[in-house]
Design a protein around this ligand. Structure first.
Ligand SMILES: Nc1nc2c(ncn2[C@@H]2O[C@H](COP(=O)(O)OP(=O)(O)O)[C@@H](O)[C@H]2O)c(=O)[nH]1
Ligand SMILES: [Mg+2]
Length: 438
C-alpha cells in the first residue's frame, strides 16, 4: 500500500532524524521535500499546501527546536497531521433506526461497488446480521448476474426484478427484509463511466424513496485525483455519508486517500484491499498514517491474527520457541496460518521496522511458499531441529530429495531466519498470541 509514497517519506524522515540539531532552514527544506513527495503521490494541491503550512507552523515552535530530538518531534507532527488529514477519528457506520438498515453504494462504473456489496454482506453476516443484497443496477443484465454470483458465494440472498425502476427494486428488497427477518439491506446501484444527469436522478429517486441510513461513495483509489473530483460531484448531486476506498492493494499513489476527506469533509469508513470478499478493513486514520510513515500497524496485524490464528496452537508454539524447540516443521505450520491472514506483502507493511528493505528481492506472492513442505520433508529430524547444520552438501541432498533447486532450499532457510529476526522486533513491543514470526 502506497509503497512509493512511503519509501520517499522515509528518506526525508531519515534525513531529519539524522540531524542532531535542526535549524529553521533544515526544517523548511525538509518540508519542501515532503510537499514534493505529496504532490507526486497525487495529493490535491491545496491539501498539500495546507498540510505543509500546518506542519511548518508547529515544527518551528520553540518546543521542537529546543528539544534534544527535534527530528523525531517533527515526525510526530507529520504523523499526527497525516492522521488528521484522513479524518483523525475512526468513523462508524450509521446502523441504527428503523429496520432494515439501508446501505446504498454509489460510484462510477468499475469503482468496486458490486464487489463491495459482497464484502459488506459478508462483514455484517460474520457479525451476526442477516443481510440482503439488492440488484439495483438495471442496465446491464450481466450486473444482476454478477451480484447473484456474489450473493451465492457469501451465502446472502439477492433481490432482483425485471423492472425499469431501480428504486422499485430497492423498495422490494426492503419489503423482503421485513417479511424474512433480515435486518440490513445493501443496494448495489448502477454506475457510469462519467457522471450524467440521468444516473444522478435515478440515485436521487432511490435516496428519496428509501431514506438510506448510510450512502457510501465508492472510490477507486487507483484513480487518484479523479476519484476526488468525482466524489465532489456526487456530493453536490446526492450528498453521501462516507467514502470507501477500493483497490488499496494496487499501486495507488495515495492521493485519493490523503485528499478525499479534506475535499469532501466526509469520512473514509472502509478500505478494500483485494478481490476476495474478506479483503475489507475498517479505516483508521491514525493507523494508516503509521503505515504510510513506515511505522507499521501493529493493531491491525493483531486483529487479523486473532481472526485467522488458532490461539491454542499459537501459544504452544510460543512456548516451543522460548525453549528453542521451534523447528522448520513448526515454521511450515506457521506459514499456513500467516497465509490465512492475507497476502504477505500487505502484512509486511504492518510490521514496524520490518518492511521493504528486508523483503527486497524476495518474492512475496502466495506462490512464495510453494514447495516449502517438500523441502522440509526432505530434511532429517536433526536438520529440522537445527537448521544451522545444513551446509552446502546437505543443501544439495535436500534439493535433490525434494525435486527443488538448491536456490529454493537457500530461499527457505533465508525465510526461516528472517522470521526469527522479525520476531525479535515483535517481542520488543511485547505482542502476544500472534503467529510466530509476527
Ligand atoms: N485488486 C482489487 N480489485 C478490486 C477491488 N474491488 C474491486 N475490484 C475489482 O474491480 C473490478 C470492478 O469491480 P466491480 O465491483 O464490478 O465494480 P462496479 O462496477 O462498481 O460494481 C472487478 O474486476 C473487481 O474484481 C479491490 O479492492 N482490489
Ligand atoms: Mg457493479
Amino acid at each position: 500500500m502506497f509503497q512509493d509514497l512511503s519509501e520517499k517519506l522515509e528518506v526525508v524522515i531519515k534525513k531529519l532524524k539524522g540531524h542532531g540539531k535542526l535549524s529553521e532552514k533544515n526544517i523548511s527544506d525538509s518540508l519542501k521535500e515532503v510537499r514534493r513527495v505529496l504532490l507526486e503521490a497525487d495529493v490535491n494541491f491545496k491539501v498539500a499546501k495546507a498540510f505543509i503550512a500546518s506542519v511548518q507552523e508547529q515544527a518551528l515552535g520553540k518546543k521542537v527546536l529546543r528539544s534534544i530530538t527535534p527530528g523525531q518531534q517533527i515526525v510526530k507532527i507529520i504523523h499526527d497531521e497525516l492522521s488528521k488529514l484522513m479524518g483523525e477519528k475512526e468513523a462508524t457506520l450509521n446502523v441504527t433506526g428503523a429496520l432494515p438498515t439501508v446501505i446504498m453504494l454509489t460510484g462510477l462504473q468499475g469503482s468496486g461497488k458490486t464487489t463491495l456489496a459482497g464484502k459488506l454482506g459478508l462483514y455484517f453476516k460474520d457479525r451476526g446480521h442477516k443481510p440482503v443484497l439488492a440488484a439495483a443496477d438495471i442496465y446491464r443484465p450481466a450486473a444482476v448476474k454478477q451480484l447473484e454470483i456474489v450473493g451465492e458465494q457469501i451465502g446472502v440472498p439477492v433481490i432482483h426484478e425485471d423492472s425499469k425502476s431501480a428504486a422499485k427494486i430497492c423498495l422490494k428488497a426492503m419489503d423482503y427484509c421485513r417479511k424474512h427477518g433480515s435486518d440490513l439491506v445493501i443496494f448495489d446501484t448502477a454506475g457510469r463511466l462519467h457522471i450524467d444527469g440521468t444516473l444522478m436522478n435515478e440515485l436521487l429517486e432511490i435516496k428519496k424513496k428509501t431514506q438510506p441510513h448510510e450512502i457510501l461513495f465508492v472510490a477507486d483509489s487507483m484513480t487518484g485525483q479523479d476519484a476526488v473530483n468525482t466524489a465532489k460531484e456526487f456530493l453536490n448531486w446526492l450528498d453521501f455519508d462516507g467514502v470507501v476506498l477500493t483497490k488499496m492493494d494496487g499501486d495507488a499513489r495515495g492521493g485519493a486517500a490523503l485528499s478525499i476527506r479534506t475535499v469532501t469533509e466526509k469520512p473514509i469508513k472502509f478500505i478494500s484491499t483485494g478481490e476476495k470478499f474478506d479483503a475489507l478493513e475498517k479505516f483508521h486514520p491514525e493507523r494508516m498514517a503509521s503505515r504510510i510513515l513506515g511505522m507499521g500497524d501493529v493493531v491491525t496485524l493483531v486483529e487479523k491474527a486473532q481472526q485467522a490464528v488458532d490461539q491454542e496452537q499459537a501459544e504452544k508454539l510460543e512456548k516451543k520457541l522460548r525453549r528453542q524447540q521451534f523447528t522448520l516443521k513448526d515454521f511450515y505450520d506457521q506459514l499456513q496460518q500467516i497465509k490465512k491472514m492475507g497476502p504477505l506483502d500487505q502484512l509486511m507493511g504492518m510490521i514496524p521496522g520490518a518492511q521493504k528493505g528486508m523483503m527486497k528481492g524476495m518474492q512475496l506472492d502466495d506462490t512464495a511458499f510453494v514447495g516449502v513442505e517438500a523441502i522440509i520433508n526432505s530434511m532429517t529430524p536433526g536438520e529440522r531441529q537445527r537448521p544451522q547444520i545444513i551446509d552446502g552438501s546437505r543443501r544439495r541432498r535436500i534439493a535433490k530429495g525434494s525435486g527443488k533447486s538448491v536456490q529454493d532450499v537457500n530461499q527457505l532457510l533465508k525465510q526461516f531466519k528472517m522470521m526469527q529476526k522479525m520476531m525479535k522486533n515483535v517481542n520488543k513491543i511485547g505482542l502476544k498470541g500472534l503467529p510466530i514470526g509476527f
